[in-house]
Design a protein around this ligand. Structure first.
Ligand code: ARG
Length: 417
């Protein structure tokens, strides 16, 4: 009996060629698994029947289309909001969030179809191979992994010729401008003119953030326990909320990221992203945490958020440290409830204009500069004296002259010549 391989299938050139290649070179029966993570939700939806036909034409013995959009929204995007997740302070993890969703379904289908191997279409240069393979090993260590595009040595031209030879219908042409990965959380664009980090990214790289709205847009996002639950007072599922926010905020040009990032495989790459909903939600959520989290919790969380994003970027969604950080984050979200008012000024500027919460820790009576405030001014003197006690002792016994502003070194005189 031929061995069965479950392939992560997108309907594009590479994965279509991979179906045939695995059949030819491994004598495999290929089960193509296409996972809908919202890749077409911002542009009218994907034609999954076409994707199915293409996989069959390429030689798949079976095609499975999985609708994972709710899962993507609730189990991956929402935790990313709770973690205010931005890799290297910029990138909301678009591709990094979708791979563990896909992996979960590959493993599930491998078990259902008695397949001993899963395969993906990634090359050896990117992060996505890491996410597919480390994720698979975490969930199903018994499965083998194949990465045909890492070994077949075909150029884009070769792949197009290979598809033609086997009569695989593909829409790709040689003049493809960019490599694009998209899902509910946004769009990642690389290659072509973007590979010169000094060159401005061409306007046609952007789709979700084309400015079609001339006037400012105001949006109020409501959160309950850290989960975004409403827009302008209307309750929405996370999926519907992300789709609507992408459309409304993207129309003002907000959500573009142009960055050089450090890949896990040790190279720097220049990427552009457009993630209107992700950036708006993280901005709003972080602001609500400023209002509702106790100071030490907020500070510790800021330290851990960076690590969470790094783990997810590095393909460690299913890992013990990620699970432990999740426990911290979930506990921290109990009172992250309230509303944040955002304003977007075309082209591309967004900010928080106001926030409120029934469990706000902002105490007006303590904060006000009014002379009727409730703050115990007399307590401050003793508090500050003790706070600085150790520094005062150090200064008296060992302290050196203060650092010069111009030389930057302690005890050195700057300025006066
Ligand atoms: N650099 C981003 C990441 O590693 C985006 C990758 C996009 N993937 C792609 N196949 N174009 O998450």
């Amino acid at each position: 009996m031929a061995s069965r391989v479950v392939l992560a299938y997108s309907g594009g050139l590479d994965t279509s060629v991979a179906v045939r290649w695995l059949t030819e070179h491994h004598g495999a029966e290929v089960i193509a698994v296409a996972v809908d993570v919202g890749q077409a939700d911002h542009r009218g939806g994907e034609d999954w029947e076409l994707v199915r036909q293409r996989a069959l034409a390429a030689g798949a013995v079976e095609v499975v289309v999985v609708d994972a959009r709710r899962e993507m929204a609730e189990e991956f995007c929402v935790p990313a909001v709770m973690a205010n997740a931005l890799y290297e302070g910029k990138y909301p993890l678009v591709s990094a969030l979708s791979r563990p969703v896909i992996v979960r379904h590959l493993v599930d289908q491998a078990r259902k179809h008695g397949a001993g191997t899963v395969a993906h279409g990634c090359t050896g240069k990117g992060n996505d191979q890491v996410r597919f393979e480390v994720g698979t090993r975490a969930l199903a260590p018994e499965l083998e992994v194949l990465a045909p595009a890492r070994v077949w040595g075909m150029s884009r031209r070769d792949c197009i010729d290979y598809a033609a030879k086997w009569e695989i219908p593909v829409s790709s042409t040689l003049e493809k401008l960019y490599s694009i990965d998209e899902n509910l959380w946004g769009r990642a664009v690389e290659c072509g003119a973007i590979e010169d980090p000094w060159a401005s990214a061409p306007e046609d790289a952007y789709v979700l953030t084309e400015v079609t709205q001339a006037r400012p847009v105001a949006v109020t996002v409501g959160f309950e326990g850290g989960v975004p639950t409403s827009i302008d007072g209307r309750a929405l599922t996370p999926h519907a909320l992300i789709v609507e926010l992408t459309r409304r905020v993207g129309a003002t040009g907000f959500g573009r990221i142009d960055a050089v990032e450090n890949r896990r495989v040790g190279i720097k790459s220049r990427e552009v992203y457009e993630c209107p909903a992700a950036l708006a939600l993280v901005m709003a959520h972080a602001d609500l945490e400023d209002l509702t989290l106790e100071r030490d919790v907020r500070h510790e969380k800021i330290r851990l958020e960076h690590r969470w994003a790094e783990l997810v970027y590095d393909g460690m969604w299913y890992s013990p440290l990620k699970a432990a950080l999740d426990a911290f984050i979930v506990e921290s979200q109990r009172h992250v409830t309230g509303e944040v008012r955002l304003r977007f000024d075309p082209p591309g500027v967004g900010r928080v204009e106001g926030r409120r919460s029934p469990v706000s820790l902002y105490e007006h009576d303590l904060a006000t500069y009014d002379d009727t405030d409730a703050f115990e001014h007399a307590d401050a003197a003793g508090f500050v004296r003790l706070w600085g006690q150790s520094v005062a002792t150090w200064a008296a016994r060992q302290g050196v002259a203060p650092a010069s502003v111009t030389s930057g070194r302690p005890g050195e005189r700057g300025g006066a010549r």
